[in-house]
Design a protein around this ligand. Structure first.
Ligand SMILES: [Zn+2]
Length: 74
């Protein structure tokens, strides 16, 4: 099974998690137990960043909008 690297949005903790192929949900942070984690895609096929090519294939950033302003966390 593949090991993915995750980063916690809450505390910024980096951790690795073994995820089964059928599972598509993100694990909780082992440090602060927050579920605000996202998968890092740097472990595999880390190619030199020579542009924004292929950036669209990455997972969408959760609540990364800078103009949102409000705390619309529902
Ligand atoms: Zn955390």
């Amino acid at each position: 099974m593949p090991i993915y690297e995750y980063k916690c949005e809450q505390c910024g903790h980096l951790f690795e998690e073994i995820v089964s192929a059928s599972s598509d949900k993100t694990p909780a942070c082992p440090k602060c137990e927050s579920t605000e984690t996202f998968k890092m895609m740097s472990a595999f096929s880390a190619k030199p960043s020579s542009g924004a090519d292929g950036f669209s294939s990455m997972a969408p950033m959760p609540s990364a909008g800078g103009c949102a302003g409000g705390s619309g966390f529902s």
